[in-house]
Unconditional design. Structure first.
Length: 578
């Protein structure tokens, strides 16, 4: 398709290889969504995004009838371009200049203009915006020789329709979006524009959750978009430009609620600014009342208004200092029922005086270096910028407060789970010495919270074995034939000292000891079960984070079913944690 004569950037965009171009894939974070609808057919490209929004709403009305509840939302959209290899280097970012638009239908389904909106109509809100970005990409060497950077722009257009929900669903915590993305290349010196690709996506997300849409920059099968420059140079859109970066569109929407913001009064210009939100098409009345004369209010707004965020300004210079009130009343269309009624106060004080006592607002211009400066216009611009930043700060504070609340709830859940669970479970093993357990090897587990341990030991007993009849070993080679001990020991450390390096411990052991029957030891006791409670300390000399420790305990050992008195059992265990 040819561009008008006189174009300084490009002459035409041609589509190589016959056939209509396929749309690119649009990825979104919401899972299990239907595939992208491709709409690059000539008949579809002739339609505007507004036409496609109306067509999609008509399909919804055909499916559910007139019983639909419109979604009135506040939407923000941002475009981010990152490098293709890592997606970590931001090459360009821009905010979409979104404009809210409205579609109105009568109960019979006839499409109406906003000026013809009857009381019984339901108005559906949708958004259209664009983000214009540089076409040149300095990081790509072959592209820098094609475009100088200021010849053409790459523009992404977006249309977002929050689909109305059937009345049978009632109030839900999710919104279904119908989204249209369109690409175009535009001349920076003329009004020439060539849209060459459009596709759509539909997905459902929870209210308030950010949505990330990623466009896959791969060329359509057997086709390629070629930009032809006026000096016969050509640019392959995919090979020379699109394949070198990733594109993401970030959407963030939330339902509108009726609200009356805090009024601000400029101390310099005495200009009053009031923010308010209309959550559905309604009759809105905003009045300014004097505390001295409340019977004669000043009406600032008295009109039927669609759902949106609004900011109204009023010059307060003619009014005296004092306390004023402002009131917002919202009535439902048709029935006249009051949907919102709120009154707030603000204080007006003397404006700032400069120099010899003349107010700045009385001087139209100043002359600096021979140049006239309109101070009133400059103050209005600064006041407008202040209001925008203040609104952003209020939203950020609200978001931070909600995040803090959510974090506190999560912390309570985690703390509750930790109180009812055993954490820090580790395996340990080592070498022990004791009167009942003998010279033993043991293996077990221990937990950090609460401080518990469970060990299984197997040992060889030497001389002075309790309760048993046996032959004492005479040298080290006879130790395997000496009495043996198999035990189970449970420990609990109720408190910790020195930041966990030393812990008093209470233990309970159960041991089975036995000896071999020989000609010299016949007729005696050759096996016994022993209960051995003990107390002592467990310590990690290198600190609580080390893996090497020592247990030292002492306590009585009772033989079960053995008619002998208890004996004192002293044990030492050296262990390593894994």
């Amino acid at each position: 398709m040819m561009i008008a004569a006189g174009t300084q950037v490009f002459v035409a965009i041609v589509i190589m290889f016959a056939g209509a171009a396929n749309a690119q894939t649009l990825h979104s974070t919401p899972p299990n969504q239907p595939p992208t609808s491709r709409s690059n057919e000539p008949s579809e490209m002739l339609k505007t995004i507004d036409d496609l929004m109306h067509d999609r709403l008509d399909r919804e009305r055909t499916k559910y009838g007139p019983a639909l509840i419109p979604e009135q939302i506040r939407l923000e959209a941002n475009y981010i371009r990152t490098d293709a290899p890592t997606s970590e280097v931001v090459l360009h970012e821009a905010s979409f200049n979104l404009q809210s638009r409205y579609m109105s239908h009568s109960p019979e389904g006839r499409r109406l203009a906003d000026s013809m909106l009857p009381p019984a109509a339901r108005t559906v809100m949708y958004f259209i915006g664009s983000a214009r970005t540089p076409l040149a990409l300095p990081l790509v060497s072959n592209l820098s020789s094609v475009l100088s950077g200021d010849e053409a722009s790459y523009t992404v257009y977006i249309g977002v329709l929050p689909l109305p929900r059937p009345t049978s669903l009632g109030k839900t915590d999710s919104i279904t979006y119908y989204c249209i993305i369109q690409r175009a290349i535009e001349d920076n010196r003329t009004d020439n524009k060539v849209p060459f690709e459009r596709y759509s996506k539909e997905f459902t997300v929870k209210v308030g959750e950010p949505i990330r849409l990623r466009m896959d920059n791969t060329p359509p099968d057997k086709q390629a978009y070629i930009v032809k420059l006026d000096d016969s140079r050509t640019l392959n859109f995919y090979e020379d430009f699109a394949r070198h970066f990733n594109e993401d569109i970030l959407l963030n929407g939330e339902r509108l609620n009726f609200d009356l913001g805090k009024a601000t009064l400029s101390p310099v210009s005495s200009r009053l600014s009031i923010k308010y939100t209309v959550a559905q098409p309604s009759h809105v009345m905003l009045e300014l009342l004097s505390v001295v004369d409340p019977a004669h209010p000043l009406t600032l707004i008295d009109s039927v208004m669609p759902a949106a965020d609004y900011l109204i300004e009023h010059d307060m210079k003619p009014y005296s200092n004092g306390t004023y009130r402002y009131r917002l009343v919202v009535n439902e269309l048709g029935s006249g029922n009051v949907l919102f009624d709120q009154t707030k106060d603000f204080e007006k004080s003397q404006p700032v005086l400069v120099g010899s006592g003349h107010s700045i607002v009385d001087n139209d211009t100043l002359e600096v270096g021979g140049k006239h400066v309109d101070m009133m216009a400059e103050m209005k611009r600064l006041n407008s910028a202040y209001e925008v930043e203040k609104s952003r700060t209020e939203r950020l504070n609200a978001t931070l407060a909600q995040a803090k609340t959510d974090n506190e709830k999560l912390k309570q859940i985690v703390d509750a789970n930790q109180e009812s669970a055993i954490s820090g479970l580790r395996i340990r093993g080592g070498l022990g010495f004791g009167h009942v357990s003998g010279t033993n090897l043991f293996v077990g587990v221990e937990s950090a919270v609460p401080k518990l341990s469970l060990d299984i030991s197997y040992g060889l007993m030497g001389a002075n074995v309790p309760y048993l009849t046996y032959d004492a070993p005479q040298n080290f080679s006879q130790y395997p034939k000496s009495p043996k001990s198999l035990g189970l020991q449970f420990g609990w450390a109720p408190i910790s000292l020195f930041d966990g390096a030393v812990c008093p411990v209470v233990k309970l052991g159960y041991y089975g000891i036995y000896s071999a029957t020989t000609s010299t030891s016949e007729g005696g006791i050759h096996s016994a079960a022993i209960i051995a409670p003990a107390f002592g300390i467990t310590t990690t000399p290198g600190g609580p984070k080390t893996d090497v420790g020592v247990d030292l305990t002492v306590g009585p050992a009772f033989g079960l079913g053995v008619n002998q008195s208890a004996q004192i059992d002293i044990q030492a265990r050296f262990f390593v944690k894994f």
